[in-house]
Design a protein around this ligand. Sequence first.
Ligand code: PMP
Length: 395
Amino acid sequence: MGQLQERFKSYREPQKFMAMDVYPYFREITSKQGTEVEMGGHKVLMFGSNAYTGLTGDQRIINKAKEALDRYGSGCAGSRFLNGTLDIHVQLEKEIAEYIGKADCLCFSTGFSVNQGVIPALLNKDDYVICDDRDHASIVDGRRLAFAKQLHYKHNDMDDLERVLQKLPHEAVKLIVVDGVFSMEGDLAKLPEIIELKHKYNCSVMVDEAHGIGVFGKQGRGVCDHFGLTDEVDLIMGTFSKSLASIGGFIASDFDTINYLRHSCRTYIFSASATPAATASALEALHIIQNEPERIAHLWEVTRYALEKFRSAGFEIGETESPIIPLYVRDLEKTFMVTKRAFDEGVFINSVIPPACAPQDTLVRFALMATHTKEQVDRAVEALTRVFKELDIIK
Ligand code: PMP
């Protein structure tokens, strides 16, 4: 056995939890991603999805995806830069830019590759990139790939951010990159304060709207719109894999910044373009979100309903302000046990453990969609209350 394989021989962490029958990953779904999914021949309530607008099974989107498949084929066989640009890619970029409220936009094949490619493309070695401690892994990887000096501040701690910024040269390029909605805990970035600091310390700001789009702001434009700060935020990224019922991502900004990124961002230039079906799906989802504001209104109604139910049942739910509800367990093994027991009770939720959170903050993540009913929320809260009491997490 080679030296490399020797390194992995002792890695048996997953097997330990498999042996305990609580391994919570790669569970197979055999149906569409709706409020109920089919797994192992059973129907399970889905509260682990990121499809906040509940559009992943929408027949109008499926029809547009099928039409795109028939017209353009299954793939583009190249990057946007060379042979992989379709008219619907360009249309999606134009419509996303208008929707977000920026001059121009680029669409990528995944949201991850937006952060991974854009951050290093923007920054040079004399620049600074400053991140919140809890920023998404894709921002962390983008930061790591940048030649700029890397700094971070304590989660949502504006005094700590100011402490970091105070030490930096006023004239240097300084980019603060932050999640608009933090994906595991559901709390929001303190954007008004961040923008104040941006002006005080001569910085630029990039916001990740992966979990803000379809949830916050007018017609679901995101957290920047919610705070009325779209013009103040220099770059806005988002994904199509959540509210936009597809896969892919975008970066939106002013004309000059996008013109530069279009010709220099490596994950845009050296990676194949999004499939026709994925692109047409995102485009149709964008139209539906704008035309059916009642979806987002219902999402907030079931979110408020669920928050109230969890609070009155005695769950610890932290600082969430979004349809992402963290149910704190604060113990790794118990977190897996909750996930398994909930699954046995017909409720799909996700385990959140390090590195997605601090070791003492393990939780299960309960997320709502616009298509959930209050009756489904009732069933889930009842089941989870039983499980949390059984495992002595709540009284
Ligand atoms: N940013 C955030 C905040 C995310 O939560 C995610 C995905 N979970 C991404 C970026 C990456 O997006 P995608 O899954 O569309 O590649």
